[in-house]
Design a protein around this ligand. Structure first.
Ligand code: ARG
Length: 475
């Protein structure tokens, strides 16, 4: 007869290849803390309800804590034969304490058990990621304050458009990450629901108390439909969507940092600690880290699409396809944690070359809109002002000069509305300073953004601390 937990029904052992293919322990062992916390709560509820005895509960509790210690000390040998973390722990508990261990799985199925573990795992790791996300936001605010006076060309279509404060540019990324945080809050709330009590799919004939088990595990709610409880992977899809969007943001920033550190741009230099060299070309300093973040964005998108595809044809309730939910999610957590962590360090150590960005701006036409606005403010309809300046730019290109190098005579020829104050208006600093519209690149507006972002960060820190505390019992 088979040694498996379900051995009774079977005449012979599973084929080795089938067994290896079926097993998930190599990755779901990451949930051992959750598995043990979940079993402790379940057993405690069983005892509260008189389904198992107090003596059994004591044995189970002692046995589970001993197993946890062994795992943490690296003395627990997970076995592929036992398929997953849940059966490894349960089998070992039963070997250790006998019948009490064999009673643990009363009024429970691996379907609600593995779902509960994953819910808890997500909640705990979302709390950890929240801290990393906040650190990256703070790094963006920090670098924006450090280089508060640097002006660089703002681009549209990758063509120089209008000057912007470097700080404004960084705060745009901070705004993206702060929206990511809001999505992360949604992920946490979705993960914060207990499926325990659903059992295999239909609930149980035992007088269980799913709400009580949920409370013991610090879940703020439990599923109201047992079929949904064991079949739902929305909270993972939501997390993968959040992660995909967040990686997309980091990838766009990566792309800019890569461009800005080229010889052609020369706007920034990444710290040596976050750069790599070439094995053949001694002069090289490569932005590998940025490129990897950009590249790894692809695999995170892949995990989202993979799980959406796994789920799309699944009838209720649990299907083994759903075992495929974990690896991609775990890899996403690792990838995002690394990326955010590295970005916090890389942003705070990079050098911005304000002299270079200024030199670029002094030799281009990024102030052309300001020239058109000048005429329009003096009464010329904007469209006509646009045409005057368009001609002026063409004239300058032909005569190899910039707008600021035009003589008053030349200006007057283009439009009698020009006065000597045009030279002030076309100064790069003034192009920035005068864009004081709400959300604009003017220094006061950027300072407001920094102030507001810091307020948001402090609210986020409070929430992250609450999450950390709520999940501490699992550690
Ligand atoms: N290892 C499984 C998973 O991760 C556990 C649940 C299996 N349940 C079952 N009835 N086969 O999905």
């Amino acid at each position: 007869m088979s040694e498996m937990m379900w051995g009774g029904r079977f005449q012979k052992a599973e084929e080795r290849s089938a067994l290896d293919f079926n097993a998930s322990v190599s990755y779901d062992c990451r949930m051992y803390k959750e598995d043990i916390a979940g079993s402790l709560a379940h057993a405690s509820m069983l005892a509260d309800r008189g389904i198992i005895s107090k003596e059994d509960l004591e044995k189970i509790t002692g046995g589970l804590l001993k197993i946890k210690k062994e795992i943490e000390e690296g003395r627990f040998a997970f076995s592929v034969e036992l398929e997953d973390v849940h059966m490894n722990v349960e089998k070992r508990l039963t070997d250790d304490i006998g019948d009490a261990g064999a009673r643990l799985h009363t009024a429970r199925s691996r379907n609600d058990q593995c779902a509960a573990d994953l819910h808890m795992y997500m909640r705990r790791h979302i709390a950890k990621l929240a801290e990393k996300l906040i650190a990256a936001e703070e790094a963006l605010i920090g670098v924006s304050e450090k280089y508060k006076d640097v002006i660089l060309p703002g681009y549209t279509h990758m063509q120089r458009a209008q000057p912007v404060l470097f700080a404004h540019h960084m705060m745009a990324y901070c705004a993206m990450l702060q929206r990511d945080f809001e999505r992360l809050v949604g992920c946490y709330e979705m993960a914060d629901a207990s499926p325990l009590g659903a059992c295999a799919l239909a609930g149980t004939t035992y007088p269980t108390m799913p709400k009580e088990t949920a409370e013991k595990l610090h879940f703020s709610k439990c599923y109201g439909n047992s079929l949904d409880a064991v079949s739902d992977r929305d909270y993972l899809l939501q997390f993968l969507s959040f992660a995909s969007i967040c990686m997309m943001h980091l990838s766009r920033l990566s792309e800019e940092l890569i461009l800005w550190s080229t010889g052609e741009f020369g706007f920034i230099e990444l710290d040596d600690g976050y750069s790599t060299g070439s094995s053949i070309m001694p002069q090289k300093k490569n932005p590998d880290i940025c490129e990897l973040v950009r590249g790894k964005t692809g695999r995170v998108y892949g995990h989202l699409v993979a799980l959406l595809t796994v789920m799309k044809g699944l009838p209720l309730a649990y299907d083994k396809d759903m075992q495929e939910d974990k690896e991609g999610v775990f890899d996403t957590i690792d990838t995002l944690r690394f990326a955010l962590d590295i970005y916090a360090g890389m942003l705070s150590t990079m050098t911005v070359n304000g002299a270079r960005t200024r030199a670029v701006l002094e030799n281009d036409f990024s102030n052309a809109t300001d020239m058109a606005d000048y005429l329009a403010k003096k009464g010329l309809p904007f469209r006509r002002a646009h045409a005057v300046v368009g001609n002026a730019v063409a004239y300058c290109i032909e005569n190899r000069k910039v707008l600021l190098a035009l003589t008053m005579e030349e200006f007057k020829k283009m439009s009698p509305l020009f006065e000597t104050d045009i030279y002030e208006v076309l100064q790069i600093e003034n192009c920035v300073k005068n864009r004081d519209s709400y959300g604009g690149t003017g220094p006061e507006q950027v300072k407001r953004q920094q102030r507001e972002a810091k307020k948001i960060v402090s609210r986020q820190k409070k929430l992250a601390a609450e999450w950390k505390e709520a999940n501490a019992f699992i550690e």
